[in-house]
Design a binder for this molecule. Structure first.
Ligand code: UT7
Length: 325
């Protein structure tokens, strides 16, 4: 019998501090940085984001999201036999956020590791978990996207600091006789390392280089719409499905204009697009599982729906996961 993987439950967590565009603009004005609610809404669709308190880490947010996903799946933490955390803002250089999260969930023994693919991290992590489940290396995986991007923002750079937020989302992915995940498609092109990066590093007990996010927004924008269409088409072709089979498009939540452009290329009506960027901002690897969980809990996404999850971000990386929920 063919072994598939399917999502048994979803969960998410946002730190309580919600910062509207107007509040952020007022704080930035105190530093002499000029922006406005109008500019942010018009160019990105973002209205608010959440920022974690100084002592809160990605594994803290991820553990909360994981607890909600375990509860939704009706699965005990002790039943998990694989943990993958997608993050670009891990708690430490090492060990992984996944190991720290594992301890916070009170379990030990199963493999736990981080995946670093920036805003594509969750689709990368889901693909790895799907492969391990299909080949018998795991039965019940916890796949988490967790970020504290506020830590790596340059609040003197208005072209980036208004875009990002903190949060976490998680799914329990388990072995099943029925799909589940239908097809996956991952890519990277390291020639574009410099268009979106945090170039700093730790060396000799010091931070060398600039440890804050740098982005050529227009270059990222141009690449994003094209690759999101091609990755979606690749998964549809692999699964023998067509655009019309997609019930919900859940892309990385970076900019409403990129998301709408992708939906248009896939000939999907805008009401099939799950949008949380307005309330969460860009939470990098956390954005897709946060949007998925919001759509499940609001009753939009139902069992049996076909979902197209799509990530794109630093690396340059991109990818898609097509699944029956
Ligand atoms: O998660 C990884 C994926 N990341 C992304 O997908 C980001 C992709 N890129 C984008 O979403 C967009 O390129 C941005 C939202 C980053 C920028 O939007 P844009 O429409 O490409 O604006 P722009 O860079 O062309 O800037 C237009 C103007 C500039 O002023 P001038 O040169 O026309 O006078 C900017 O200086 O807007 C100015 N500007 C701002 N004004 C007010 C840039 N940032 C701001 C700001 N507030 N926060």
């Amino acid at each position: 019998m063919t072994r598939f993987s399917r999502i048994a439950g979803t969960g998410s967590y946002l730190p309580p501090r919600r910062v509207t565009n107007a509040e952020l603009a007022a704080q930035l004005a105190e530093r002499g940085v000029e922006t406005s609610d109008e500019w942010i809404v018009e160019r990105t669709g973002i209205r608010a984001r959440h920022f974690a308190a100084a002592e809160v880490t990605s594994s803290d947010l991820g553990a909360e999201a994981a607890r909600h996903a375990l509860e939704a799946a009706g699965v005990a933490a002790s039943d998990i036999d694989l943990i993958i955390v997608a993050t670009s803002t891990p708690d430490m250089v090492f060990p992984s956020a996944a190991c720290i999260l594992q301890a916070k969930l009170g379990i030990a023994g199963c493999p736990a590791f981080d995946v670093q693919a920036v805003c594509s991290g969750f689709v990368y992590a889901l693909t790895v978990a799907d492969s391990m489940i299909k080949t018998g290396g795991a039965t019940r995986a916890l796949v988490v996207g967790a970020e504290v991007f506020s830590r790596i923002l340059d609040f003197d750079d208005r072209t980036t600091c208004v875009l990002f937020g903190d949060g976490a989302g998680a799914v329990v992915l388990e072995a099943s006789d029925m799909p589940g995940i239908l097809a996956t498609d991952l890519h990277a092109d390291g020639r574009h390392v410099n268009i979106l990066c945090v170039p700093g590093t730790v060396s000799g007990g010091q931070v060398l280089g600039q440890p804050l996010l740098r982005m050529d927004g227009q270059a990222v924008f141009r690449l994003a719409v094209g690759v999101l269409e091609s990755a979606a088409r690749a998964t549809l072709a692999k699964a023998g499905r067509s655009d019309a089979d997609i019930d919900w498009l859940i892309p990385h939540q970076a900019n409403i204009r990129i998301m709408q452009g992708t939906a248009k290329k896939l000939k999907l009506p805008m009401d099939k697009l799950v949008v949380t960027v307005d309330q969460h901002g860009n939470t990098s690897a956390a954005s897709i599982p946060l949007a998925l969980d919001a759509a499940v809990r609001s009753g939009k996404v139902r069992r049996g729906d076909t979902l197209m999850l799509e990530g794109v971000g630093g690396g340059f990386t991109w990818g898609a996961v097509l699944l029956d929920y």
